[in-house]
Design a protein around this ligand. Structure first.
Ligand code: NAD
Length: 251
């Protein structure tokens, strides 16, 4: 069975670059129209939209602070105005900033939890009624290995991602009767702007030696799992977390 998302509409947060942009491309190539949000980098968002249109699909872009409900409600409204439906929601926008316990400021904690976890809640809360009415929907939340095993010096980030995993399991049960599947993807190390500094020079070799597959993921490695979860191949998958880490979480 081929994956066919013709006539489906996907809303991808943080779709301007990195993993989010790769997800937009793969969903568009499978036939979906795309509504993507970005935080500040309009040029990257426009580049991603151009690539989606080159694949023959429609794309709208909206600057959105994902932790503000007015922003979230307005991007949902705009997407519905443009496309009339939202079939696939990908909560991908996120930040990863170091903060040692004992030194972390309340502001650092709040920023990470607000963007990663509250943003996911706001989008799910706004779009669940739309998907329920359609009697079809896919929610794909981009978590992290940090949410599965913790991450020293990133406890706020790990807590936000573990929160996403538990949140997803909970809403998955509420939404499954409406033919709406909610699941997470937990990437390990991925080559994006987020990790560019951490993966520079000799540190990259050390990190790769801790991954059984011996390499850091590309954004497309993660997007493949999203494409699968968005498709009918994943009809019976509810509330799970797909680990995409080259085996890194096992050792
Ligand atoms: P990235 O920094 O390249 O992209 C992050 C995206 O989030 C950007 O598009 C940005 O616009 C958006 N964003 C950030 N803050 C925002 C805000 N306040 N409001 C709205 N949007 C905001 O990073 P990436 O590696 O592509 O990360 C995508 C997701 O994957 C994140 O949730 C991240 O936690 C997760 N992840 C990444 C890795 C990795 O190694 N890169 C590993 C595990 C999980």
């Amino acid at each position: 069975m081929m994956i066919d998302l013709t006539n489906k509409v996907a809303l991808v947060t943080g779709g301007s670059r990195g993993i989010g942009a790769a997800i937009c491309q793969q969903l568009a190539h499978a036939g979906a129209s795309i509504s993507l949000t970005y935080a500040s980098d309009k040029r990257s968002a426009e580049r991603c939209a151009t690539n989606v249109r080159a694949a023959g699909r429609k794309c709208i872009i909206t600057k959105t602070a994902v932790s503000l409900s007015q922003n979230v409600n307005s991007v949902v409204r705009n997407t519905l105005k443009e496309f009339g439906r939202i079939d696939i929601l990908v909560n991908n926008a996120g930040v990863w900033k170091a903060g040692e316990i004992g030194k972390m400021t309340e502001q650092q904690w709040d920023e990470t939890l607000d963007i990663n976890l509250k943003g996911t809640f706001l989008f799910c809360n706004a779009i669940a009624p739309v998907m329920r009415k359609q009697r079809w929907g896919r929610i794909i939340n981009i978590a992290s290995t940090a949410g599965q095993r913790g991450e020293a010096r990133y406890s706020h980030y790990a807590a936000s991602k573990a929160g996403m995993i538990a949140f997803t399991k909970s809403v998955a049960v509420e939404l499954a009767p409406f033919n709406i599947n909610a699941n997470c993807i937990a990437p390990g190390w991925v080559d994006t702007d987020m990790t560019a500094d951490a993966l520079r020079g000799v540190r990259r070799k050390r990190i790769e030696s801790g991954i059984p597959r011996g390499k850091v993921a590309t954004p497309d490695d993660i997007a493949g799992a999203a494409l699968f979860l968005a498709s009918n191949l994943a009809d019976h998958i509810i509330g799970t977390t797909i680990s995409v880490n080259g085996g890194g979480v096992l050792i």
